[in-house]
Design a protein around this ligand. Structure first.
Ligand code: HEC
Length: 173
């Protein structure tokens, strides 16, 4: 996986005036950065060094709620593609890597970008963007115009993933 390093933070604030937004978009000059500016209605997201350091909500993520969210097959469950160290999960997908130990491999900020918009890391990934609207193709009808997860669900899932450290890998099924 190649990780290009961005020099400048990408600001996507709703409060910015249209003129300043356009200027910022021109200055940054990258398509994905420009699209980040147009996400009206969503929590502002600042992508820096392939991560999103700022939480999307004031309320800290709740790991137990996060586990319920990732298991919920109605909302594009991670288990379609990833194995998770959940004892009673009989048949996880293996399209993506196992998420056992993922809390040791990534920081909260890195996990946040991966969940919000993995296409900012790899434009060709098949992993869905859970908190992004612009520039997505083949979006399932129920999700058109809204994100898969809410901002709070993103934070809850990050909190859950951070509990999946290498220490917990031994209990994987
Ligand atoms: C449609 C399949 C799919 C779904 C659904 C999916 N992912 Fe992924 N995910 C992938 C693939 C494929 C990769 C490998 C890298 C890439 O292609 O972006 C990946 C990579 C990752 C990584 C980086 C793992 C590593 O070891 O580098 C994390 C973390 C991750 N996914 C978390 C999640 C979480 C959490 C969910 C549910 C909220 C989820 N994914 C849902 C396909 C999926």
């Amino acid at each position: 996986m190649s990780w290009r390093v961005l020099k400048k933070p990408i600001q996507a604030r709703r409060s910015a005036s249209p003129g300043r937004r356009t200027l910022a978009a021109l200055a940054l000059g990258l398509f994905t950065l420009a699209t980040a500016l147009a996400q009206d209605g969503l929590a502002p997201v600042t992508i820096i060094d392939f991560s999103i350091p700022e939480p999307l909500t004031q309320t800290p993520g709740d790991p137990a709620a996060g586990e319920r969210t990732v298991r919920d097959s109605r909302i594009a469950s991670c288990l379609i593609c990833h194995a998770l160290p959940i004892a009673d999960e009989p048949d996880p997908g293996n399209i993506g890597p196992s998420l056992a130990g993922v809390g040791s491999r990534y920081s909260a900020a890195e996990l946040r970008l991966r969940l919000v918009n993995p296409k900012a890391i790899d434009p060709d990934t098949i992993m869905p963007a859970y908190y992004w609207l612009d520039g997505l193709h083949r979006v399932d009808l129920p999700y058109q115009g809204r994100t898969i997860y809410s901002a709070q669900q993103i934070e809850d899932v990050i909190a859950y993933l951070l509990t999946l450290t290498d220490d917990t890998e031994g209990s994987a099924p």
